[in-house]
Write a protein that binds this ligand. Structure first.
Ligand code: CTP
Length: 400
């Protein structure tokens, strides 16, 4: 859940600041990009060097670093963050946050952040119980900030009660649940096809194509990261998918058709990026065909168009996305396929575009929607292209 998420961690002056080292370590281990802001008091409890080393990023302590002349842009930091986490959050900083004060970089970044903000209070029992603290906390909650409740136990003062910061592992678990809650495709079921199909000629030979499956796998990963339950119907490929994705391997166009039909009704979104064979041998030789004649013909018959078959059965609530790979008159062919196959979106690849096509890590696409509007994109990595495609899908999910 935390993979590639930008986490802005604010650390306040509290003995619990020592736990921020483990917190940063766990966030980085989970794949997050972490930037840390320390208040001046926090820097008395934990050094910027420790957190810079663990986060692999410079640690910010003030607006302006006099020695280097570098000004830290709180607006940029606030906007960079997917999530802002303030842990430990001291009574002082909670008070400032609740009242719009911004006399340090942490509180200024807080005011600039547009992302969800979570805070894990840490303070002594009496400070925690004070009406003023409780009032400030409820103000923050009214602002939509999310509190990670402090635990009860022995406090640094020697007193016993509520006020100790949640453990780093608990904070990570809390954050992950929070991320899951905000995933845009939560509870959506998605089916993605990817890769080529192989049509057997005899036990050792087949008709195939150059598709690597990279585009379809990247789309499946992206939809999975957006919270969808993903079934990936994969033709022959050496690629691997995340453990949470349900992968069904197929070989031929006919097998792909059967699997797609079996999983179609339960799917909210279907993305057919596989390069399905259009023709398959009429007969498959049971034994290896021996080399005899000078010329040799294989009789082929049309395969069933999986995408068109699903398009003809599509309900109002299902979203169907197809691909078109063209070499001439690209736009017209793509629009015709969108209409004929009853699609919501069609992703056009032109082999004339540099950086598009098989076996390369980049792709250049355009997308047509039902209104036949064309959205064009630059040449990008297939992972970035997958994001663009999924964002277009998301727009339709939101408005449908
Ligand atoms: N497709 C399919 N089943 C087939 C052939 C194609 O589901 N038997 C799907 C592909 O997954 C893709 C879309 O149809 O999403 C378009 O594939 P493409 O090869 O570009 O077009 P075709 O419809 O096969 O037409 P042509 O080969 O004549 O361009």
């Amino acid at each position: 859940m935390l993979n590639r998420k930008n986490i802005l961690l604010g650390v306040c002056g509290s003995i619990a600041a020592y736990k921020s080292a483990l917190l940063v370590r766990l966030l980085v281990k989970a794949g997050a990009n972490v930037k840390v802001i320390l208040t001046a008091d926090a820097a008395n409890f934990i050094t910027p060097l420790t957190l810079a080393t663990l986060s692999k990023n410079p640690v910010y302590t003030q607006y302006f670093e006099a020695e280097t002349g570098v000004w830290s842009n709180h607006v940029e930091l606030g906007l960079w963050a997917d999530y802002m986490l303030i842990a430990p959050a001291s009574a002082n900083t909670i008070g400032k946050m609740a009242n719009g004060l911004c006399d340090n970089l942490l509180t200024a970044a807080y005011l600039s952040a547009k992302c969800p903000v979570l805070f894990a209070p840490a303070m002594d029992l009496d400070m925690w119980q004070h009406e003023s603290t409780q009032e400030n906390i409820s103000r923050l909650q009214q602002f939509g900030n999310i509190m990670i409740e402090p635990g009860t136990g022995e406090l640094a003062s020697g007193l016993h009660g509520q006020g100790r910061m949640a453990e780093p592992e608990e904070i990570i678990a809390f954050l992950e649940i929070e991320i899951v809650k905000h995933l845009p495709l939560l509870n959506k079921k998605v089916m993605v096809t990817a890769g080529p199909t192989y049509e057997a000629i005899d036990p050792v030979r087949f008709i195939g194509n150059h598709s690597s499956g990279k585009m379809g796998f990247a789309i499946a990963e992206q939809l999975y990261a957006m919270g969808a339950e993903v079934i990936l119907v994969a033709g022959p490929t050496t690629l691997t998918a995340s453990a949470g994705i349900t992968r069904i391997d197929v070989v031929s166009a006919e097998e792909m058709l059967q699997v797609c039909q079996a999983n179609f009704i339960g799917s909210d979104i279907i993305v057919m990026s596989a390069a399905v064979a259009d023709y398959t041998p009429v007969e498959v030789a049971q034994q290896k065909i021996k080399k005899k004649e000078d010329q040799f013909n294989i009789e082929l018959k049309k395969t069933t168009d999986v995408l068109a078959t699903l398009g003809s059965k599509k309900s109002e609530t299902q979203l169907l996305v197809g691909f078109a790979l063209e070499t001439t008159d690209e736009d017209n062919y793509a629009k015709e396929k969108l209409r004929k196959k009853n699609l919501d979106l069609i992703v056009l690849n032109s082999l004339n575009d540099k950086g598009a096509g098989f076996k390369v890590d980049t792709n250049k696409i355009s997308i047509f929607n039902k209104k036949l509007e064309k959205i064009t994109f630059e040449t990008k990595t297939k992972t970035e292209v997958a994001k663009d495609i999924c964002n277009e899908i998301l727009k339709l999910v939101k408005t449908s």
